[in-house]
Design a binder for this molecule. Sequence first.
Ligand code: HEM
Ligand code: MG
Length: 241
Amino acid sequence: VLLAFAVATLAAAGSIACPPNHPLTDWRPAGPDDDRAPCPMLNALANHGYLPHNGKDIGEETIIHAFGTALNFEKFFSRTLFKNALTTNLNATTFSLANLSRHNILEHDGSLSRGDFYFGDDHSFNQTLFNETRSYWPNANIDPQSAARARQARVNTSNRTNPEFKLDDTGKGNSFGESAAYLLVLGNKTTGIARKSWVEFLFENERLPYELGWERAQEAISLSDFGSMVQRVMDATQSAK
Ligand code: HEM
Ligand code: MG
C-alpha cells in the first residue's frame, strides 16, 4: 500500500513516467499452471495482462487489442501475426502460448535466448545462451549490424554443437523476423536502433521496460514497417560475411 501511494504521489508530481492506462503493479510472473511461449514479447504481454495471464485460448481480437494497446501495431499487421500463430494449432480459432514451442513450425534452432529442441528445452529463457547474444551488442544501442552479428553467432554456435541442427528458409525467415521485431518495437522504425538495456530487460524479465523509460511507438507500426526492418537485418547479415 505504501509503495502504491509513493508511486501515485511521484507520478502526480511528474517525477516518474507511468505508462498510460497501465499501472506497473499489474505485472505478475507466470504461475505453475500458466502457459508461456518461447517468445519474450508474448510472455511479457501475458505477464502484464494484455494477453490472458494463463496464456491459453488466445483469439484474433485479443491479439489485435493487445498489440494495438501495448505496442501500437496496425490491425492488419496483428491479424497477419495471429494467422501465423494459428499454424501451430491447426483446425482451431485460438492458440495457446505453449503451442508455439512445437518444433520447426514457428519455433526454430539457433534462438537468441532459448536452447535447441535437441537439448530438451526449446522454450525457457536461458541466461547462458542469452549472454552469448549480448556479447555481440557492444554499445548502449543495438543497430541492425549488431543485431545481425548476434543472430548469426547464435546460429553458428547451434550449427556447431547440435548434431540435428536445422534452419530452413522458413526458420531463417522467422529468425530474422524476431531480430527485426525487437529493433522495431523497442527501438525506432526509422533509425532501426534500440536501447540495449531495454532489449535486455524484456528478455530477462519478460516485462515491458516502462520503468527504464520505454514507451510504445507514437506512430503505428505496420506490416510493411516490419518487412523493411527484416530487410535491414538481412542486408546487415550479408554485408558482415
Ligand atoms: C521468438 C511467436 C510476436 C519478439 C518467438 C518464437 C515464437 C514466437 C514461436 C520462438 C522462435 C525461436 O526462437 O525458436 C510469436 C507470435 C507472435 C509474436 C506467434 C504474434 C502473434 C512477437 C512480437 C515481438 C516478438 C510482437 C516484438 C518484440 C520475439 C523475439 C524472439 C521471439 C525477440 C526471439 C527469442 C529468441 O530468439 O530467444 N516468437 N511472436 N514476438 N519473438 Fe515472438
Ligand atoms: Mg528456438
